[in-house]
Design a protein around this ligand. Structure first.
Ligand code: F6R
Length: 258
């Protein structure tokens, strides 16, 4: 089962996630990271920047990208990843990929992205957020548990949630290209973060509900190495919270990554 860590604050969560990344990169300087965008990973990037881990050789694959925004749009995930991850953390821009950024046609972009991930040796550590719909990446309810990178339609709830980044709801794209749930399952270590009470139901359904395409995040239950880091509010509906706290407090030294 997943290792679930319940912390006081998003800052503390970011430090734990950053320590997992730092430990990986110390061992393998050209490790392959899966990069989520959105608000959730921001404290992880901040903690990673503060740790001063050398990331110039690290390779990155973003989880998803909007379809339909003009090139260079500030809310495209290419722009967001450049602004929030590549520049502040000193990654090498040419080593960081975003779906459909290869200049080829959008049809077939998913297959090409999959091939590029495979050619890189696969993703070592995938950072994930979770949406209120239970999505990871932009795999909305109904996504195949075996899906690979492809174009998807965003759920209306997700467009509403992401409207905060755009002048109005009408400006939020209706489509995206996202790593699939099957792509995510191929990563060697999943680190899923969630903060705030708006995520509590999605977190509980993903970790403790049935594995189902109706809750795409529940696919993490099928992965052998998952670390879930939530604050108290996002973990408030977890039935086994006491057990998770106990297990984390009593983990063996060999289970620690820092
Ligand atoms: C972003 C992504 C999404 C977000 C999710 C949570 O690349 O794949 O799954 O992680 O929508 O978004 P925030 O973090 O903004 O609450």
């Amino acid at each position: 089962m997943a290792e679930v860590v319940i912390v006081e604050s998003d800052a503390e969560a970011g430090e734990i996630a950053a320590s997992a990344i730092s430990a990986l990169v110390r061992e393998r300087p050209d490790a392959v990271l899966g990069l989520a965008t959105g608000s959730t990973p921001l404290t992880t990037w901040r903690a990673l920047a503060a740790a001063g881990t050398g990331l110039a050789a690290v390779r990155g694959f973003a989880l998803d990208e909007y379809v339909g925004l003009p090139p260079g749009h500030p809310e495209s995930y290419r722009a967001v990843i450049t602004r929030e991850v590549v520049e502040p953390l000193g990654l090498t821009p040419s080593l960081v990929r975003v779906p459909a950024d290869d200049g080829g046609p959008i049809s077939g972009a998913g297959e090409r992205y999959e091939a590029d991930i495979v050619a890189a040796g696969g993703i070592d550590l995938q950072i994930l957020g979770i949406g209120r719909t239970g999505h990871i990446g932009f795999n909305e309810p109904g996504s195949s548990l075996a899906s690979l990178t492809r174009v998807k339609t965003l759920a209306e709830q997700t467009r509403i949630d992401n409207a905060r980044f755009f002048p109005s709801l009408d400006d939020v794209p209706t489509h995206c290209i996202t790593q699939g749930l099957g792509t995510i399952l191929r990563a060697r270590h999943l680190v899923l973060l969630a903060f705030g009470s708006a995520k509590a139901a999605a977190v509980a359904a993903a970790l403790e509900g049935p594995v189902s395409a109706s809750t795409p995040g529940s696919v993490v239950q099928m992965h052998p190495r998952v670390t879930v880091i939530v604050d108290e509010a996002a973990g408030a509906q977890l039935e086994h919270a006491d057990y998770y706290r106990y297990a984390w407090a009593n983990r063996f030294d060999w289970e620690r990554w820092s």
